[in-house]
Design a protein around this ligand. Sequence first.
Ligand code: ADP
Length: 396
Amino acid sequence: MKILVLNAGSSSLKYRFFDGMKAVAEGVVEHIGETRGPKDHAEALETAEKSLAKSGALDSFEELDGAGHRVVHGGERFVEPVVIDDEVVKAIHALIPLAPLHNPANLVGIETMRRKVPKLPQVAVFDTAFHQTMKKEAYLYAIPIEFYEKEGVRRYGFHGTSHFYVAKEAAKILGEDMDKTNLITLHLGNGASACAIENGKSVDTSMGFTPLQGLVMGTRSGDVDPEIPLWMAKKGLDADLILNKKSGLKGLCGENDMRLIEKRALCGDEAARDALNVFIHRIRHYVGAYYALLGRVDAIVFTGGIGENSALVRRLVCRSLENLGIAIDAQKNIDNECNIASSKASVPVFVIATNEELEIARQTKTVLEAHLSSSGVKSFKANNFKGEQYGNQSGS
Ligand code: ADP
């Protein structure tokens, strides 16, 4: 199957082309809508198509069997990926109030691709879907219940595709069925989140109603006393901007690149050291909480740019946890081995590179194949479709 995975942001379009689940080509079109970039997403898609043709990966989008779109917010409605049709587009649209920055950009990507290749079957894969297995006690906030019932204010969690992907990889390494595996997965990148996985299902995660909650991130504060933004607002400050763009590692030390923060901290820079320590302290806080929640942890997984690459962060997160069966081997950690746990420890600690695009391609393929067999259509090739827009399956 030839699948194009698209991740549309407000001013960028990332794409990766898979042939038989092998990534063949990829690229990113940036500065969409700016004077130095393509005028809109349609032009950006043209650029992507030309670039794929130039690389010899495929001549045109007409050759595709499907497209998989990353969609940030699926609300409570989308618990799994779905074939996109008018009704699904409407539903993603209706979720914009929950994800005002992301869903509109994702929708532009979907709608532009639908216009460009009307007969191509397309699938939406949601960042929130994996966490829809959380129970009420994990997703309800203790605020008046009407906010949940009438407006959907609850914990949703994000990075679901990444947590799910690394969890499956971890289960594979353990030689266990995913549905028997308990894990704590730590996605540490510019955005960061932790997830508690019980028997293969997300039972808690650190991001909440929005991706602002939880761990300390590049520029996001993560958990704060909820009075703080109110206090900022009373002072006439833009709490939204401060907590999302000017906080986190950057807010604490002026820097959100962990490589530079580590360098500065090792040279004795106090602000960088504080930023690193706050970052680590918060992660340990969640590791402890999730350990208690799960009771039995089969492995801890580090992923994301920091999790995959920073031996220092991994060492600091795992220090003095021998009583929980967690200890890492200094050399294996420095060498970025897959299992960095020391031979004396009982809990494996994995370093697994995330691959959200591959996971989206896999889910797209699975959804399309299921749809193919249920609809009796022989092929998904865009050219084979005589009808109007493909697909009439609505989300579950
Ligand atoms: P995003 O959330 O934007 O996808 P990434 O997952 O790419 O971000 O992670 C970016 C973070 O990873 C940055 O803070 C960067 O400094 C950090 N990082 C990348 N390589 C290393 C490394 N070798 N050591 C420490 N941090 C690293």
